[in-house]
Design a protein. Sequence first.
Length: 313
Amino acid sequence: MSGEIIACQSPMSDQKTDKKSNTPFARRARHYLGNLLIVGIIRLALALPYRMRLSFHGWLVQHILAPLAGYRRRAMAHLEHVWPDMPKARRSEIATRCLNNLGRSFIENYSSEEFPARMAKVEPRGEGMAALEEARRTGRPAILVTGHFGNYEAARASLVARGYGIGGLYREMKNPYFNAHYVKTLEAFGGPVFPQGRRGTAGFVRHLKQGGRLVLLFDQHVQRAPILDFIGQPARTAVSAAELALRYDALLIPFYGIRQDDGVSFDVVVEAPVPHSDPLTMTQALNDSLTARIEENPEQWFWVHRRWRPHEK
């Protein structure tokens, strides 16, 4: 396939390392201590009642963790890149709410009992539900595609609760201590998960060929991938999801977990399948679908990811 499969990735995993502190011992120590801090924050948050937990972790990421990591600065730069004519105050508001959503999403995904139970009560809607049900009845594979928007695990949990076992491909974290418990959060939502890499991708494809359902996230930069339009700007975009859909005659269905104004509940939307044509056309349709969602709710997209690389033409 010409593009990398973009895996589910923790919203707090985009890290850079200092070469001087990158010896094996220093790296292990840094990973171990970093994981202790993360686990401590997670345990503190999980000890709180559900709504308070989300508010606390959203506040923590918004005001402390994300600014320290440079996420706010990156979000503001991306917003200026996409919407240079937007008033700076509005861009700042979007960045602030984006960071809060980032924090809420992270701790929701660690709420492995309460979060799926809540999402089980949310009825998914949209034109794609009929197609998804027909695919389940006939054994046709389906690829559900989404972006780092709202909380993508909310949509998966809602569908899993209705008998749609949905597998996924995940990108292993650089911190092995963090990765060990992060993978468990993915498995808790139902459906097999596969690590990115040759062996994981083989299992992923085998599951698809057997008529399974899989989720892919496609909205991160991929080197040497085709350049397509995304929110009005050129962006390298993996076409793997479309290639897999064509190769295995799978449905290609955009779906979203859209956070509501209360900050806790979600609307789950399953859009109509993207018609089969060619990988570029199909992937552009996915970009257009996500762009429409971002333009409607810009604060729900993860502006902190390095989506655009101006130096790479």
